[in-house]
Design a protein around this ligand. Structure first.
Ligand SMILES: [Zn+2]
Length: 167
């Protein structure tokens, strides 16, 4: 089922997500909904926060042909190399805006998969950027928070205007 994606500056995007205690069938249904919603919106990543579910779950697909869904439950990131890289980011909750954000370029991700099994992987480049972006969502943070107040307010005003029109 495709879920509604919250858009900035919706205050619900500021909610801190809670860890998942147990990966049940309900959680797997939620994961399927998140993947369906992400693919439908043509995104490469989605955090549960963005569909107003405040659990620590992230889905992602960085493949060209959208055939490699990834799931991260209760993810944790260890920095392996503190060097930062700037990459242009967008967000399904901030539609239509793309800005450079600096992120750690090399990290290790520890999480559970959709069967509740623990795994860890090393991440660089897009995967490293994407996991940091999505983990920010779980902590109530958005990429616009890294921009200047001037830029952020300009984006907020434009989106508020759009939301008023479609309301
Ligand atoms: Zn996002």
């Amino acid at each position: 089922m495709i879920r509604e994606i919250l858009e900035y500056p919706d205050p619900r995007l500021r909610t801190i997500a809670k860890p998942v205690d147990e990966v049940t069938d309900d959680i797997r249904t939620l994961i399927d909904d998140m993947l369906e919603t992400m693919y439908d919106a043509q995104g490469i990543g989605l955090a549960a926060t963005q569909i107003n579910v405040h659990k620590q779950i992230i889905v992602m697909d960085l493949s060209e042909d959208k055939t490699e869904p990834r799931v991260f439950i209760n993810p944790e990131v260890d920095v392996l190399d503190g060097d930062a890289q700037a990459m242009q980011e967008g967000c399904l909750s901030v539609p239509g805006f793309y800005e450079d954000v600096e992120r750690i370029e090399h990290c290790r991700i520890r999480a559970m998969d959709r069967n509740g099994a623990a795994f860890e992987i090393e991440a660089r480049d897009l995967l490293a950027v994407c996991i940091q972006h999505e983990m920010d969502h779980l902590n109530g943070k958005l990429f616009v928070d890294y921009l200047s107040a001037l830029k952020r307010n300009r984006i907020r005003k434009k989106l508020e205007k759009l939301h008023k029109k479609s309301a």
